[in-house]
Ligand binder design. Structure first.
Ligand code: NAD
Length: 349
């Protein structure tokens, strides 16, 4: 195995690993390790160039620094990418070689699942390094989605308090785009609290289930974005808030699970300018990473998870209040708050 440290300004350590025998070609990026060892998933993807993979791993690891800081776990931000097609190129040898690469950093980076990496793959990686998590989530059969749904629900309640002075979601209407693992359970929580639902999904079976179980109104994805509701909840792919959709959104709150909901960073300010309260995606959907953090710390219990998840609502409330006081968009305030948490951690160390 060969490794080469790449000098990257503003990142703590970026290492390129290659292994001729297994064909491994991977990057591990540690953006910041002030709050603790860096932690973040490994993505397997056939990037079109080395530069494209480097850009992705840099951005993703920086995102993890912010997410972990506001998730309240003592971890810095890291991420890994393996240059390979997950369907055709991935082999046990390659995964074990990646595990050795992680191990060689001696705990500076903990890896976990991301797109292109399965639970079985993680077991393979864990056979050669103890710095791999996300495979032992007790109580939920390895599936973090119910926790993510709970986190989004708590965040939505906080947003409803802020925007509508509502004590609960009772009587409020929510449009969910994407009723998959997270969206469906979220729909259940909203329905049980007395909220009404509009749902859309490219999977018609999922839509039918939501209609049957929760009395949801079925619409097309375009109609879900433009629905005349109180809250819009993007729970499908990223980029739901973009130049084409921003002007048709009628909801006054955006609170969903999807990663990278804003196609471009300026959508943060665009939402604010339209009087729409945006729950920054990496804050409201942080339950998965909180779960990984507790697993690494060895303090994972259902009760502790729920306690930590419920704090997502408090963190968002703090963000909303500051955004209001500083007349600034919530995404920018979230980033600022994350930097403050890190600076405090640096002082305490
Ligand atoms: P999922 O695949 O189970 O559900 C996504 C749903 O969106 C599916 O039902 C799919 O059919 C639907 N969909 C896809 N494209 C669509 C489109 N163009 N229009 C309408 N519907 C569409 O995924 P999930 O685990 O529920 O995650 C949802 C989102 O939340 C993803 O962006 C994911 O990255 C993010 N997220 C999930 C978790 C988690 O714990 N699962 C944690 C953090 C973030």
């Amino acid at each position: 195995m060969e490794s080469r440290i790449l000098p990257v300004d503003g990142w703590s350590k970026v290492v390129h690993f290659t292994d001729k025998n297994s064909g491994l070609n991977a990057l591990i990026s540690v953006h910041d390790a002030t709050l603790g060892p860096s932690c973040g998933g490994c993505r397997v993807f056939p990037y079109e160039s080395f530069e494209a993979g480097l850009e992705d791993v840099k951005n993703l690891s920086r995102g993890m620094t912010y997410k972990n800081a506001l998730g309240g776990i003592p971890f810095g931000g890291g991420k890994a990418v393996i240059f390979a097609n997950p369907k055709t190129d991935k082999t046990p040898e390659m995964l074990r070689a990646f595990g050795q690469a992680v191990d060689s950093l001696d705990g500076l980076y903990y890896t976990a699942e991301d797109s292109g990496v399965s639970e079985d793959d993680m077991k393979m990686i864990q056979s050669v390094t103890k710095f791999a998590a996300g495979i032992d989530k007790k109580g939920v059969g390895g599936n973090p989605s119910p926790f993510t749904s709970r986190g989004v629900w708590r965040g939505m309640q906080a947003a409803a308090r802020q925007k509508f002075h509502a004590e609960s979601l009772n009587g409020l209407s929510v449009s969910i785009l994407g009723v998959g693992a997270v969206g469906m359970e979220l729909a259940r929580l909203i329905h049980e609290e007395g909220g009404t639902l509009v749902v859309a999904d490219v999977n018609q079976a999922a839509v039918s289930e939501a209609v049957e179980r929760f009395g949801a109104k079925a619409v097309t994805p375009e109609q879900a974005i433009a629905a005349d509701v109180d809250i819009f909840s993007p729970c499908a792919l990223g980029g739901a808030i973009n130049l084409d959709t921003i002007d048709v959104i009628k909801a006054k709150v955006v609170a969903g699970a999807a990663n990278n909901q804003l196609r471009t960073p300026d959508m943060d300010e665009a939402l604010r300018a339209r009087g729409i309260l945006y729950c920054p995606d990496y804050v409201i959907n942080a339950a998965g990473v909180i779960s990984v953090g507790l697993e690494i710390l060895g303090t994972w219990t259902n009760d502790e998870m729920n306690r930590r998840i419920d704090k997502i609502g408090d963190t968002l409330t703090e963000i909303f209040k500051r955004a209001e006081a500083e007349d600034a968009p919530t995404g920018a305030i979230a980033n600022k708050l994350a930097l403050e948490v890190i600076a405090k951690g640096a002082k305490a160390a």
